[in-house]
Design a binder for this molecule. Sequence first.
Ligand SMILES: [Zn+2]
Length: 117
Amino acid sequence: MQGMEQVPMEAVDLLAMSSVFRESLNERRQRLEGAIAHSGGDLEFTNLLDQVDAALAKLDNGTYGKCEECGDYLETDSLLADPLVRVCIDELSALKSVRWKAISNLPQRFSVHFFPE
Ligand SMILES: [Zn+2]
């Protein structure tokens, strides 16, 4: 149709599957709420619940499934494997290699200067 913005295939996929993600997120949300209640507010569960809520909020405002770093659409497969994924594979591997490089750049042995008294 003329004048219509070209919608990328990934966006069409995501839209079609948004109810699947919403359902699975809501289901995890209920489990987490139960787990938090039973554990007396376990921090790990609370943190996960925050992530689930953030994902649900994104589904509501239409930003779900986009990389938080570069804005590209995430692979539907990665989202299906983990609906809480927030950055694309590129970012994840970049992050890993940065971390790896940071470790490689550490001195072989820490001298006392690293731990001033
Ligand atoms: Zn990205």
